[in-house]
Design a protein around this ligand. Structure first.
Ligand code: DGL
Length: 258
């Protein structure tokens, strides 16, 4: 049986991988970080679509997989349809958890914390119109926060002042639920929660994605092969702290790809 391929621009997809691995501990995992093109939130839509489709197709042509998870909101809001048209296996995407956030909000003011690309996508507007029409939505798009998440895993401290300034629109706008609409941001959940305080609930899509993957893997009839984890990256090799973190996450190899 093939592996589950998890794809992101960098380390953010690990927040999704952690949920999937918890649900499906005895599977083979391949993680592809397109770090050469990081950060995705700054790429033009067509450039993002073409690069993601090409890389994933090339990767699974070399090593077939049972299922692909686009563990990136910035990519999923654009790439799902073109990719599904090109590959045979199921493709699961991660999009901002606007629907549960709207249902949870008492004040009917929700925050969307995502990349600059995701906050302005038509896909996001459609989610908001469909599921949060009764809510005001405060949108913050930040690539700086994506960098801060990568730096945290590289062992650097996260400056509280930088976080305060990025998150201030949610405090000023009185949001009571904030959507972590980028897979990098659950990696900073504690730091974000400290600034927003206990009255602001943070929601992400990790658990829902793990449930969806479990369901599809069952439908495919894939069997448990025993766990293995292999990490691939397109850009620079990750630094020593990140390599240690990846080993703790179960990855036994880290390879430049292709
Ligand atoms: N982790 C990604 C997301 O969910 C991409 C972040 C980036 O590369 O800008 O949007």
């Amino acid at each position: 049986m093939g592996a589950i391929l998890i794809f992101d621009s960098g380390l953010g997809g690990l927040s999704i991988y952690q949920h999937i691995r918890q649900a499906l501990p005895n599977r083979r995992y391949r993680y592809l970080a397109d770090s050469a093109r990081f950060p995705y939130g700054e790429l033009q839509p067509q450039e993002l679509i073409d690069g993601c489709v090409a890389r994933i197709k090339q990767h699974i042509a070399a090593e077939p997989v049972d299922l692909v998870v686009i563990a990136c909101n910035s990519a999923s809001t654009l790439v799902l349809e073109p990719l599904r048209a090109e590959v045979d296996c199921p493709v699961v995407g991660v999009v901002p958890a606007i629907k549960p956030a709207a249902a949870m909000s008492h004040k009917k003011v929700i925050g969307l914390l995502a990349t600059p690309g995701t906050v302005r996508r038509p896909y996001t507007d459609e989610l908001a119109a469909q599921f949060a029409a009764d809510c005001e939505m405060v949108r913050v798009g930040s690539s700086e926060l994506v960098w801060l998440a990568e730096q945290k895993l590289a062992g650097k401290s996260v400056a509280r002042t930088a976080l305060e300034s990025i998150l201030s629109p949610f405090i000023e706008g009185h949001a009571d639920v904030v959507v972590l609409g980028c897979t990098h941001f659950p990696l900073l959940r504690e730091e974000i929660a400290q600034i927003l305080g206990p009255k602001v609930r943070l929601v992400d899509s990790g658990a829902a994605i793990a449930r969806r993957v479990s369901q599809l893997i069952g439908d495919i009839g894939a069997s448990d092969d025993g766990f293995s984890g292999h990490y691939f990256h397109t850009g620079e090799k990750p630094g020593p702290q990140v390599c240690t973190f990846l080993a703790q996450q179960g990855f036994t190899s880290i390879e430049k790809w292709p």
